[in-house]
Design a protein around this ligand. Structure first.
Ligand code: SF4
Length: 431
């Protein structure tokens, strides 16, 4: 619509996001929490939807104000990685609904419409234990941390493991499931986003899917996932057959490298099995390209700099699949898994080699992949960003080795050694 403000986004009129770990709501997964310091339990959806904060968000958007909580979508924010693309996605998806939105909003920002889109991070239940993940997001790591004394944990992870926090989030989780389930049963759901832990391991995920298909409402629902793609069946149900019944499907299949290095990064991954699962899922694109968007979701990690990327690039080429690239975080000097931990002279060469491979293979959307890889290269590395980072990095190495001792098998040192990168090996040994 021509007369709509530049900062308008349909999400605060259609979408409900909540995180059971923080016990908090916000506008969408990419927005900034309004009161991150506030640890009190958040109200239920009905109260939140038209409370003073949400009304002010809608008012400010309609007035064309720049919202600090929507920093990531601000095209003027040079640091924004998406520069509006997430907002554009919401506005495109609900463009036919904008007139209804405007007609059903009072001048003070109250809306008579209810949320029909849900992204509820319901559980950390996951069958993988990826090296860059944490107890809050992966039940396998949680179990590992509980079992091993002196397990290296961040302060917020220790807080998460405390009994009082665990007791606090249980009812919160139940409430979120009930809210989501109500929308499914009432057939008001238009969009659902399933992401981590691992949604394919959650009973509620399969319950929602099967109910939507059996009730016939799936043909009205746009479904999105981030998944480790380790499971394709549940009881008698087949994921691919269920997904065929949905209006639109978008799936980011997490994979950070192929072969043994990929399996090292994502403990639990079986590369050969994963490829078969992806091929099966990818047949949905042959079934109907316009309705199914499926891509490889790849995080560049330190081990990934030294192996596994060429297997992944070959696989993407073979499948003609798009790769979406991210950098492993967080960017903290004791996180050795973030590739920025690697010295500039080593990292640049590794990224250049991956870029060369992408260029030579000419995989789908090569230009995008190269641009993302260059953007990782263009970010400061630890040695440029943090003073005395070597002390913290040593702690990071101890953590890596502590976990390697528990899990056994391949080590980061062996990965670097196998890459024949002498300079990198010297760096690692001398941390
Ligand atoms: S403008 Fe961006 S950050 Fe704000 S609600 Fe919309 S999508 Fe989320």
């Amino acid at each position: 619509m021509d007369n709509i403000s530049k900062t308008f986004c349909t999400a605060p009129w259609v979408h409900a996001y909540a995180n059971k770990i923080k016990g908090k709501r916000k506008l969408c997964c990419n927005s900034v929490y309004q009161n991150d310091h506030d640890t009190s339990e958040v109200t239920d959806l009905e109260q939140w939807w038209n409370d003073d904060y949400m009304k002010s968000v809608r008012r400010r958007m309609l007035n064309g104000e720049t919202l600090p909580e929507c920093k990531i979508c601000d095209p003027n924010d040079k640091k924004s990685i998406t520069a509006g693309s997430y907002k554009d996605m919401w506005n495109e998806a609900y463009k036919d609904y904008i007139k209804t939105i405007l007609e059903n909003t009072t001048p003070d920002g109250e809306t008579s419409l209810s949320p029909t889109s849900f992204h509820y991070e319901l559980s950390n239940l996951c069958n993988f234990a990826c090296r860059m993940c944490s107890v809050e997001w992966a039940s396998k790591i949680e179990a590992e941390a509980k079992k091993h004394e002196n397990y290296p944990l961040k302060r917020y992870e220790r807080r998460y493991l405390k009994a009082d926090h665990q007791n606090m989030i249980k009812p919160w989780q139940k409430r979120l499931e009930d809210e989501l389930w109500k929308s499914v049963k009432d057939k008001t759901l238009t969009n659902i986003y399933f992401a981590g832990g691992e949604p394919l391991m959650w009973d509620i995920h399969w319950k929602v899917l099967t109910h939507l298909v059996e009730s016939g409402h799936s043909k009205n629902v746009w479904i999105r996932y981030n998944t480790n793609l380790s499971r394709m069946h549940y009881k008698d149900y087949d994921l691919v057959e269920l997904l065929k019944q949905f209006k639109r499907v978008e799936i980011g299949c997490s994979i950070d490298g192929g072969g043994p290095v990929g399996e090292y990064v994502r403990t639990g991954l079986v590369w050969e099995q994963w490829k078969e699962n992806f091929k099966k899922l990818y047949q949905l694109r042959l079934y109907d390209k316009s309705r199914f968007q499926i891509h490889l979701e790849t995080t560049i990690t330190t081990p990934g700099l030294f192996g596994g990327m060429s297997e992944l690039i070959n696989f993407a080429l073979e499948q003609d699949a798009k790769i979406r690239i991210h950098r492993a975080g967080p960017v903290e000097p004791d996180n050795l898994i973030c590739p920025s931990a690697v010295p500039r002279s080593v990292m640049d060469k590794c990224i250049d080699d991956i870029i060369l491979n992408v260029k030579q293979k000419n995989i789908r959307d090569s230009n995008y992949v190269i641009k993302q890889l260059l953007s990782i290269k263009n970010k400061p590395v630890y040695e440029e960003e943090f003073k005395n980072y070597d002390i913290d990095l040593r702690r990071g190495k101890e953590k890596v080795e502590f976990i390697e001792n528990i899990r056994k098998g391949l080590t980061l040192k062996e990965i670097i050694k196998n890459s024949n990168n002498q300079k990198a090996l010297e760096w690692y040994i001398n941390i």
